[in-house]
Design a protein around this ligand. Structure first.
Ligand SMILES: Cc1ncc(COP(=O)(O)O)c(C=O)c1O
Length: 371
């Protein structure tokens, strides 16, 4: 029997060990020069003035919201199709979440449905660059003419993604990335916030470091928390950034192979890139309304993944008065029903890739006779 082919796993090798050894030998394991180096790399990568490492992007989102003074009485618009951390961060900040449906083709916030949701309480809009596809940021910016709101880019899944030639993250007021284990690059847990605004930077740094400007001071002007990074995470991060170009290229290669071999199958649709954006194929996703495919692949020891569960359907949000569900969410429901994330790990070898593609072809060939 074929060994299990995992949907995703990180690419970790001697490069990480090289940096980790340096940190361990130095015995300086809390934020220090490697963290600063990683922040500098992200400033360069995203062309942003400031970069702030955090212990995870969920709390990075929370700190970003707090830095913009988002709190009780405010509303933040969040796409219905995203990982629940996007909306939970808003709830943690004390504001209400207003859910918006997603575009059926790009799976990102449907900017045509955004307009009616904006009102005097709207403090921020949170575009989520889902699966490495950029949101239509110009369309969101255009809506600011009606009511000035902040834009917080949830780019957790979008390291390397560009919109109109600019890296996503600092295009809005503030944004950031997740370094969770399954992300494009990983530090185990971790995240990076980017912004071009000094006030936002100062506020976030203070929130992440007990309300002070730097370590070693024990008079605290503000109430803050501990969202600090570690040098061990930074060591991992530096090694991963060294590999970033290769990771992006290899994911594109996987996508191109899947696309070339499977696009002629009528029942399969590939997710479209947003116009004027260059996406990164964190996962290769297909939309396919044949629910038997996932089970068939599972029996072949090929692991796949479904889309996120639409936020408006989440059991924990059922009777939550801070979750506003105006209108319907046909597109996010559809994405949930039909999306399949195919194995997308950098180290997926050619033999396994061919086996996956062949299995999908066999499934549809057999299916013809069944239906
Ligand atoms: C869209 C989205 N937002 C937020 C997060 C939260 O990031 P983290 O796991 O680093 O807290 C994730 C990560 O899983 C995510 O995919």
């Amino acid at each position: 029997m074929k060994k299990n082919i995992l949907q995703i796993y990180p690419w970790i090798n001697d490069r990480e060990l090289y940096y980790l050894k340096k940190v361990i030998k130095s015995t300086f394991v809390t934020e220090n020069k490697y963290t600063k180096l990683l922040e500098d790399k992200f400033k360069k990568l995203t062309n942003s003035r400031y970069a702030i490492s955090v212990n995870n992007w969920t709390l990075g989102l929370f700190a970003s919201l707090k830095s913009l003074d988002v709190g009780p009485g405010d509303e933040v618009i969040v796409p219905d199709m995203t990982f629940i951390a996007s909306s939970n961060a808003v709830l943690l900040a004390g504001a209400k979440v207003v859910l918006c449906d997603v575009d059926p083709e790009t799976l990102c916030l449907d900017t045509k449905k955004l307009h009616p949701l904006i009102n005097s309480r709207t403090k921020a809009v949170m575009p989520v660059h889902l699966y490495g596809n950029s949101c239509d940021l110009d369309a969101i910016k255009k809506l600011r003419k009606k009511k000035n709101f902040f834009i917080i880019e949830d780019a957790a899944q979008a390291v390397g993604v560009k919109y109109k030639g600019k890296h996503v993250g600092p295009i809005g007021d503030v944004g950031g990335f997740s370094f969770y284990g399954n992300k494009l690059i990983t530090t185990g847990e971790g995240g990076m916030i980017v912004t071009n605004n000094k006030k936002i930077y100062d506020s976030i740094y203070s929130l992440k470091n007990h309300g002070r400007k730097k370590k070693g001071i024990f008079i605290h002007n503000k109430i803050g928390y501990n969202f600090m990074f570690t040098e061990l995470q930074a060591a991992m991060g530096l090694a991963q950034v060294d590999k970033l170009k290769k990771i992006i290229r290899s994911k594109l290669n996987l996508y191109n192979n899947y696309n070339k071999e499977l696009k002629s199958i009528e029942q399969i649709k590939f997710v479209k890139p947003t116009q004027k954006s260059s996406r990164v194929h964190w996962f290769t996703n297909i939309l396919c309304n044949n629910s038997r495919l996932r089970n068939f692949l599972k029996k072949k020891n090929i692991q796949t993944r479904r889309a996120f569960y639409p936020l408006h359907m989440q059991p924990c949000y059922k009777n939550n008065k801070n979750i506003i569900k105006k209108g319907k969410f046909p597109n996010s429901i559809n994405v949930y029903k039909n999306l399949i994330s195919l194995p997308s790990a950098v180290q997926l070898n050619n033999k396994d890739l061919k086996y996956i593609i062949k299995s999908i072809k066999v499934f549809f060939d057999n299916d013809k006779f069944r239906s």
